[in-house]
Design a binder for this molecule. Structure first.
Ligand SMILES: O=C[C@H](O)COP(=O)(O)O
Length: 251
C-alpha cells in the first residue's frame, strides 16, 4: 500500500520532504477550499521543486461542479504545473453519466499533454450528506472514462471517518471492483492508524492521509509532522508484514 500525504503549502511540503523516505506521493491541496480543494498552480510548481524528484506530486483539481470544460482546463493546469497524479473530486455530479462526462474531459486534457500522468476519479464516502454520486459507482465511472484509479475521501471533515460512511466490507467491494476494472483503489477520509489493519486486509493500493499526521490530529490548525509521518508508515509496514505472514501460514 502506498502512502499519500497532503500538505497545504510549500512550508508543509518541506516537512514532507524531511519524511520523504516514509511516504510515496505528495498530494497538493488547499483544505480551506474544501475536502479536495485545489491549490494555486505556482504552489504545485514550488512543491514539485521542493520534494525529491523520485516522489510523484499529486494535485487535486477541487471539489468540482458538473462543468466538464472547466474541469478539463483545471486538470490540464495541474498537469502543466508539475503534478503527475491528478485528482478530481466529483462533488457536483449527481449521476454516473455526469461523472463520466467530467472525467472523460479531464482524462483527455491531461493525457494529451502527458500520457503517463495518472488520473484519479474521486468520490465521497459521505455522498449521502451532499447529494453526489454513490461511492460504489466510482470504479465503473473511472473505468468508463479512462482513469487510472478510483478514490474515496470524505466531503465533510467533521470528525467522521471513511468507515463511518462506507464500512470495511463495502470498501472491500470498492477495491474488488476497481481491481476487476484494472484500476488502483485509493481510500481516504480521516483515516487513522487504527484503520490500517482493515485497509491492508482489503487490498487498498493507496491510502491518503492528512489529519492523522498533523500536530494534534487536526488537519486545519495542526501542521504535518515528519515524526508522525514516520510513525504512520511504521504502522503500515507492520500491518503489511502481518498480512504477508498470515497469507504464508494459510498457504
Ligand atoms: O487525500 C487525502 C486527504 O488529504 C485526507 O485528509 P484527512 O486524512 O485529513 O481526511
Amino acid at each position: 500500500m502506498l502512502l499519500l500525504i497532503s500538505p497545504d503549502s510549500v512550508e508543509e511540503a518541506l516537512d514532507c520532504a524531511k519524511a520523504a523516505e516514509h511516504l510515496d506521493i505528495v498530494d497538493v491541496k488547499k483544505p480551506d477550499e474544501g475536502s479536495l480543494g485545489a491549490n494555486f498552480p505556482w504552489v504545485i510548481r514550488q512543491i514539485r521543486d521542493t520534494v525529491p524528484a523520485d516522489k510523484p506530486v499529486s494535485a487535486t483539481v477541487g471539489d468540482v461542479p458538473y462543468k466538464p470544460g472547466t474541469v478539463a482546463q483545471a486538470a490540464l493546469g495541474a498537469a502543466v504545473s508539475g503534478a503527475t497524479y491528478i485528482k478530481v473530486g466529483l462533488y457536483g455530479c449527481t449521476t454516473p453519466a455526469q461523472a463520466i462526462d467530467v472525467m472523460r474531459g479531464a482524462v483527455r486534457a491531461v493525457k494529451d499533454y502527458r500520457p503517463d500522468a495518472f488520473v484519479v476519479a474521486s468520490g465521497y464516502a459521505d455522498a449521502h450528506r451532499i447529494g453526489c454520486v454513490n461511492p460504489l459507482a466510482l470504479p465503473d465511472i473511472a473505468r468508463r472514462s479512462g482513469c487510472d484509479a478510483a478514490m474515496l475521501d470524505t466531503a465533510i471533515k467533521d470528525g467522521t471517518r471513511l468507515f463511518d460512511h462506507v464500512p470495511p466490507d463495502l470498501c472491500a467491494e470498492f477495491v474488488r471492483q476497481a481491481h476487476e476494472a484494472g484500476l488502483r483503489a485509493a481510500l481516504a477520509g480521516s483515516v487513522k492508524a487504527a484503520d490500517l489493519a482493515a485497509l491492508t486486509h482489503i487490498g487498498t493500493d493507496i491510502v491518503g492521509v492528512r489529519g492523522a499526521v498533523c500536530e494534534g490530529g487536526d488537519r486545519d490548525t495542526g501542521r504535518i509532522q515528519p515524526r508522525l509521518v514516520a510513525a504512520f508508515r511504521a504502522e503500515m509496514d507492520r500491518h503489511a508484514r502481518e498480512s504477508a505472514a498470515s497469507v504464508a501460514t494459510a498457504s
